[in-house]
Design a protein around this ligand. Structure first.
Ligand code: PRT
Ligand code: ZN
Length: 284
């Protein structure tokens, strides 16, 4: 009994997918020509595929789970399959128009031609705004469509925005916010589900750890209550006396988001020797 996990063979998701699975203690070999690679630690086999094929493989049960962009899953109308958001490969699907266009809102798109690889997602955005446009489905180099006269606007994935900029385009609407997700087949038997649950347990511990940092600091005893109020930790901070009289060492965890604000507050309270380090795994 083996669970099959489909991941992208070669593309933007590949390195981070492999890194995430390795962080879960799974020895994942790089694709290097092989399409099926067994994982020694759990009854799991990695299938290396093009990202466009992963939804079909999982939906049909050929693969049990798959790792790919939420944009592809939503475009395929397969959202019920999503079981985890993985927090990498973040990007947005955006409508862009020529820089000089007098764009003044979605109604500008009415009757216009839009080039995209994501017609389903664009259509639902246009329907929401009661706009009718002529959609041209193209599979690559969408950004050159206006310059060659194929379309008046494009809808494509954007991360830094550099591609749009260098093609004389201006981002005007966000249609969808995307990140990598894990999808699972709707028909998994209990034995396979038990294997998947073991992988999910590790994955959740790693994802939780990525959102947190471990913090150690030295605090004057008179400020311990104030510092503990700022650093609740997983349950409560660990406090140990220092050899230096009147001081304690405080250990806790903090969220990555906005942790500099927390450090500023701690410094104002007189904390010293503040160390912040990454965490690999958190099992609550
Ligand atoms: O060969 P295969 O079919 O497997 O891969 P692919 O070429 O179809 O996909 P790939 O590897 O390019 O992207 C895989 C997934 O990465 C996408 O489905 C998204 O979920 C995610 N992702 C994140 C992106 C981007 N960021 C991204 N910036 N996918 C594509 N882009 C492209 C975009 O299409 C445009 O051409 O990058 C360009 C824009 O980038 P910026 O930084 O200039 O804005
Ligand atoms: Zn693809």
């Amino acid at each position: 009994m083996t669970v099959r996990m489909a991941i992208q063979k070669s593309g933007r998701l590949t390195d981070e997918s492999i890194a995430l699975l390795r962080a879960c203690g799974l020895s994942i070999a790089a694709p290097s020509g092989r399409l099926r690679v067994p994982v020694p630690e759990v009854p799991l086999e990695i299938l290396y595929l093009r990202d466009d094929d992963i939804v079909d493989y999982v939906q049909s049960g050929v693969a049990d789970v798959g790792l790919l962009g939420a944009n592809v899953v939503h475009e395929a109308n397969a959202t019920p399959l999503i079981v985890r958001h993985l927090g990498f490969a973040r990007c947005r699907l955006s409508i862009a128009v020529p820089r000089e266009a007098d764009y003044d809102g979605p109604s500008w798109l009415h009757g216009k031609r839009i080039a995209t690889s994501y017609p389903t997602l664009v259509r639902s955005f246009l329907d929401h705004h009661a706009v009718e446009s002529d959609l041209h489905r193209i599979s690559g180099s969408v950004e050159i469509a206006p310059a060659i006269g194929l379309a008046d606007a494009v809808c494509d994935l954007v991360s830094s925005g550099a591609t749009l900029l260098s093609n004389g385009l201006r981002e005007v609407e966000t249609v969808f916010e995307s990140e990598a997700v894990l999808i699972a087949s709707p028909s998994i038997d209990t034995e396979r589900q038990a294997i998947i649950d073991r992988v999910l347990f590790r994955l959740d511990s790693v994802l939780r750890a990525q959102r947190l940092r471990y913090i150690l600091l030295n605090v004057p005893n008179a400020k311990l209550d104030a510092v503990s109020a700022i650093l609740p930790g997983l349950s409560s901070p660990t406090i140990m006396p220092l050899a230096r009289p009147g001081w304690s060492s405080v250990h806790s965890v903090i969220r990555v988001d906005g942790y500099w604000d927390v450090i500023d507050q701690l410094a104002l309270l007189g904390a010293e020797g503040i160390l912040v380090t990454p965490i690999e795994t958190v099992v609550p």
